[in-house]
Design a protein around this ligand. Structure first.
Ligand code: TRP
Length: 335
């Protein structure tokens, strides 16, 4: 018999417009993991209601995030690619877990405190219990590995606490999920084009390369990256903004090309205009097939519906099995 694969689960917020940082930091790893593990990749549409109660754009955003992830190589035939709201039992498990989650610990969550600071007018209970819903997402599939960034580690720690608390009170059903990244994804740095920090959605749009950017936009953004008049001493350490340009090259350019520019830099005859032109073309070659794929998937509503249905079926099968055990363990079974 085939050995049972370990279970991976992660949630993707439907904020749309994925960028290069999302690709190298997360999606590329999902794509690898789908070959090795039983994967559940979920669009966190319910979580988005905690901060975006207006749902006018929700459908468009959900379709975009699905299309973008598929265009990057997530295969809905391999992984379960589904929407959180299509697994009703997640909400049920969330309710049970809420009885085991204390106000004090929820109020201490860093992401909650940030949201309170940013939007003091919308401190709703859903926001407070956000990590409880996230725990339900994960443990409903009895997932072991959760590929997430550093900012989610506290939520994962809370998930372990809630899972253990459930087990102690009602019986051993869940195991502890841990944050996990294949191939040291966390170490891959995708620097912003303005020389400071990482690429991110909320940053200035001109310093982030989106997977849906047109070729001309990619070139324009890369050519605007900050440089200077170049080193005057051989083997000078690179300033951050130059190091970042080389860092981006590492992601998309051929090793010989990088070696040539490294040598030019160290010999003080680098031409930054040429460096950026090269990077721009390599970025165009990397991003344009993904963008074309996104654009071909997005209008295909029938396909997107099939993807969601297929994902929901797989996710519900796994969730149903767990919830049967959960209800019995709690004692919610009277005949
Ligand atoms: N909170 C995660 C984020 O902000 C998204 C998310 C929702 C998630 N449910 C999850 C991540 C379950 C991992 C597992 O990115």
């Amino acid at each position: 018999m085939e050995k049972k694969k370990e279970i991976v689960m992660s949630g993707i917020r439907p904020t749309g417009f994925l960028h290069l940082g999302n690709y190298f930091g997360a999606i590329r790893n999902y794509v690898k993991m789908q070959e090795q593990f039983e994967c559940y990749f979920m669009v966190a549409d319910l979580h988005s209601l905690t901060t975006h109660p207006d749902t006018k754009e929700l459908k468009t955003n959900v379709e975009r995030v699905l299309a973008e992830n598929i265009a990057c190589g997530l295969n809905p035939e391999k992984a379960a690619l589904y929407c959180q709201s299509h697994v009703y039992e997640t909400s049920e498990l969330y309710l049970y877990l809420n009885m085991l989650a204390y106000k004090g610990e929820l109020e201490k969550t860093v992401t909650f405190k940030d949201k309170v600071r940013q939007h003091p007018e919308n401190v709703n209970a859903g926001l407070l219990t956000y990590p409880v819903l996230q725990t339900a997402d994960i443990i409903i599939h009895k997932a072991k590995y959760v590929p997430v960034g550093k900012d989610q580690e506290q939520h994962l720690e809370m998930a372990r606490n809630f899972a253990n608390r459930f087990n102690h009170r009602y019986g051993e059903i869940f195991h502890e999920p841990v944050a996990y990244n294949d191939n040291n994804a966390a170490l891959v740095k995708v620097p912003s084009l303005d020389g400071a920090g990482k690429m991110s959605k909320s940053e200035n749009g001109m310093s982030t390369l989106f997977l849906s950017d047109e070729d001309e936009m990619i070139r324009k953004k890369v050519m605007k990256a900050k440089t200077d008049s170049g080193p005057t001493q051989p083997n000078t350490p690179k300033p951050d903004y130059i190091d970042n340009i080389f860092g981006l090259m590492q992601l998309v350019s051929a090793p010989e090309v990088i070696a040539k520019f490294e040598a030019d830099y160290n010999n003080c005859n680098i031409r930054y205009g040429d460096l950026k032109k090269q990077l721009a073309e390599d970025m165009v070659n990397f991003i344009s097939p993904i963008r074309e794929k996104i654009n071909s998937i997005l209008p295909d509503k029938k396909y997107l519906k099939e993807v969601m249905e297929m994902g929901a079926e797989k996710a519900n099968k796994s969730a149903n099995a767990t919830m049967k055990l959960v209800r019995e363990a709690i004692g919610l079974k009277y005949y």
